[in-house]
Write a protein of this length. Structure first.
Length: 85
């Protein structure tokens, strides 16, 4: 049952991060990937800062924060590539 929660939280956090950073979602598969990678990134960053979260809401907040960070970093690289052309 825990794996299903990871998928739900990952998809939801990817969708929320997509809405915040771009104004729309990316589709279910990309939202899932962004959310899962964002969850890992957010957990790592929160661990470095000494922040702990608990429960489903804490996992969602951590995953959304990591997904936003991931999308922000990716947007930096995307802008640099368009400036070269």
């Amino acid at each position: 049952m825990g794996f299903i929660w990871y998928i739900i939280i990952g998809t939801l956090s990817g969708f929320i991060a997509g809405k915040i950073m771009r104004g729309s979602g990316f589709g279910i598969i990309v939202n899932l990937i962004v959310g899962i990678v964002g969850g890992l990134l957010g957990g790592w960053c929160f661990g470095l800062l000494g922040i702990t979260t608990a429960g489903i809401l804490g996992s969602l907040i951590t995953s959304v924060a990591g997904a936003i960070l991931l999308l922000w970093v990716l947007s930096l690289f995307r802008k640099n590539r368009s400036c070269e052309k």
